[in-house]
Design a protein around this ligand. Structure first.
Ligand code: NAG
Ligand code: NAG
Ligand code: NAG
Ligand code: NAG
Ligand code: NAG
Ligand code: NAG
Length: 378
C-alpha cells in the first residue's frame, strides 16, 4: 500500500501519524460536551420513534385537523332534469363486464333511466330473454352515467333510496376522472356484487403509488376490508384501500327502510364518508337523519364518527385526487363479480349464462335516487 495505491486515501495515510480526530484521547472538553449531547439526542430519537410507532398502531399518533369548513352549494342533480347533467357511457366496458351500456335514447325508450320530479331511477334491462331479438347472448343492457361536470374537493351528498342487487350485478356509485385513471384518483362510495348479502358496501380509494392507510390513525365505524390498506392500483390486484361499511348500509335491508343519504367530504386533510340511513317512518320511509345545517351551513366536523376515514397522513390527497366526475353504473359479471361468483349463492350456472338467460332476476337491480348536491368550501 503505497502512495500510488489509489485505494488508500490521504486521510488513511495520516491516521497513525497524527492524533486522529476520531480518537477520544485527543478530544477537548468542548468535544466531549458535543458528543454527550449527540448521544442523548440519538437515544431520545430512537425511543421517540418506537413510542411513536406504538401510538400509531394503538390509535394514537398524528391525525388530520378536520376543522370546520364553510360549504356553499354549487350544484344540484334533481327532478326531471337529473339525467341531463350526465353523459351516457356507450362503449366497451373497461372492467370487462357482460354488459351493453346504452345511449340516452335507448335508455329513455326502454325506461332504463327514468326521472320524475322527486326521483331518478337507473336500471338493468329485465325485458330481454333468451327468445328475444336481439337476445342477451353477448351481454345485457344496462347504464353507466358520468357527470359532465368534474369537481375538486368539496362536500357531496347523495340521496340513495334504493341500491341495486342481484346475481351477476356489480353496481357502484363512485367518483373518478375517467380519462386520467388512476393518475387523478378514484373514490368509491357504494360498491357491491351479486346478492350483497352482507349488506355492507365497499368504500375505497384507488390511486397511483404513494397513498397508503397502513399504520395510520383512523376514526371510523367501518372496518378495513381484506387487509387492503394501500390505495395504489398496482397493489393487491387493484383492490384499493378498502373499508366495509356497517351492516344494513347496502342491499335489501337498506332498501327496506328507504335507503339513506351518503355524504362524502373530500378535502386536502383527508377523505371521509358518512351514511345516514332513513329511520322507519309510518310508511316505512321515514325522513333521513342527516344532521341539519348549523347556522344555515352543513358542518361535517360536527357529524361524529364517519363510516370510512382515509386521512391524508400518508397520502397527499391534493396530489392524488383531481377533476372527479360522479359515476353511477350497474355492471354485469366483470372482473370482481366473477371472482366472487362461487359461494355467492347464485347457483351452479356461470355468471354469463345467468345474465343472458334470466331477465326476471334483475328486478332489484336498480338505483333510485333523490337529489345529489355538491358543496364547495368558500
Ligand atoms: C384545527 O384548525 C382550526 C382552524 O384552523 C384551529 O382553530 C384549531 O385550533 C386546530 N386544532 C388543532 C387541534 O390543531
Ligand atoms: C366560516 O365562517 C365563519 C363565519 O363567517 C368564520 O368565522 C370562519 O372563519 C369561516 N371559516 C373558514 C374556515 O373559512
Ligand atoms: C318507467 O319507470 C317508472 C318507474 O318505475 C314507472 O313509473 C313508469 O311507468 C315507467 N314508464 C314506462 C313507459 O314503462
Ligand atoms: C341470440 O342471438 C344471436 C345473434 O343474433 C343468435 O345467433 C342466437 O341464436 C340467439 N340465441 C337464441 C337462444 O335464440
Ligand atoms: C394500474 O394503473 C396503471 C397505469 O394506468 C396500469 O398500467 C396498470 O395496469 C394498473 N394496474 C391494475 C392492476 O389495474
Ligand atoms: C383538470 O381539468 C382541467 C379543466 O378541464 C384541466 O385544465 C386540468 O389540466 C385538469 N387537471 C389534471 C391534473 O388533469
Amino acid at each position: 500500500m503505497g502512495r500510488g495505491d489509489p485505494s488508500v486515501s490521504a486521510y488513511e495515510v495520516g491516521y497513525w501519524t497524527r492524533p486522529s480526530p476520531w480518537s477520544p484521547r485527543s478530544w477537548s472538553r468542548k468535544v466531549w460536551i458535543w458528543v454527550g449531547t449527540g448521544i442523548v439526542v440519538v437515544v431520545a430519537a430512537v425511543v421517540g420513534a418506537v413510542v411513536g410507532v406504538r401510538l400509531a398502531k394503538g390509535g394514537g399518533g398524528s391525525y388530520p385537523n378536520y376543522s370546520r369548513l364553510n360549504y356553499t352549494l354549487i350544484d344540484t342533480y334533481s327532478g326531471t332534469s337529473f339525467f341531463d347533467k350526465f353523459n351516457y357511457f356507450h362503449d366497451y366496458d373497461p372492467t370487462f363486464g357482460f354488459v351493453h351500456y346504452v345511449d340516452p335514447d335507448y335508455a329513455a325508450t326502454y325506461n332504463l333511466t327514468y326521472a320524475s320530479p322527486s326521483t331518478a331511477i337507473v336500471r338493468v334491462d329485465t325485458s330481454v330473454g333468451p327468445d328475444s331479438d336481439p337476445n342477451a347472448s353477448t351481454g345485457r343492457f344496462s347504464v353507466r352515467l358520468e357527470s359532465k361536470a368534474q369537481y375538486g374537493p368539496g362536500l357531496f351528498l347523495f340521496d340513495v333510496k334504493h341500491t341495486p342487487y342481484g346475481c351477476g350485478t356489480w353496481p357502484a356509485l363512485w367518483l373518478t376522472d375517467t380519462s386520467n385513471w388512476p393518475t387523478n384518483g378514484e373514490i368509491d362510495l357504494l360498491e357491491s356484487v351479486n346478492l350483497a348479502s352482507s349488506g355492507r358496501p365497499t368504500i375505497a380509494l384507488h390511486t397511483t403509488s404513494g397513498c397508503s392507510m397502513d399504520d395510520v390513525r383512523r376514526e371510523m365505524s367501518g372496518s378495513v376490508e381484506g387487509g387492503h390498506v394501500d390505495c395504489y392500483n398496482g397493489t393487491d390486484n387493484n383492490a384499493g384501500c378498502a373499508v366495509s361499511g356497517p351492516p344494513a348500509t347496502y342491499g335489501a335491508e337498506f332498501n327496506e327502510r328507504g335507503g339513506g343519504v351518503v355524504a362524502l367530504e373530500w378535502r386536502v386533510e383527508g377523505v371521509r364518508v358518512w351514511g345516514f340511513p332513513r329511520g322507519r317512518g309510518g310508511d316505512g320511509k321515514g325522513v333521513t337523519a342527516v344532521p341539519p345545517p348549523e347556522g344555515g351551513m352543513l358542518d361535517p366536523s360536527s357529524w361524529g364518527l364517519p363510516v370510512a376515514d382515509f386521512p391524508g397522513t400518508k397520502c397527499d390527497v391534493a396530489g392524488h385526487f383531481r377533476n372527479q366526475s360522479i359515476v353511477v353504473n350497474i355492471d354485469l359479471c366483470g372482473v370482481l363479480t366473477e371472482a366472487l361468483w362461487e359461494g355467492s349463492g347464485c347457483g351452479s350456472v356461470s355468471c354469463h349464462y345467468f345474465v343472458a338467460n334470466r331477465p326476471a332476476e334483475f328486478k332489484n337491480a336498480f338505483w333510485e335516487f333523490g337529489a345529489f348536491q355538491v358543496y364547495k368550501a368558500l
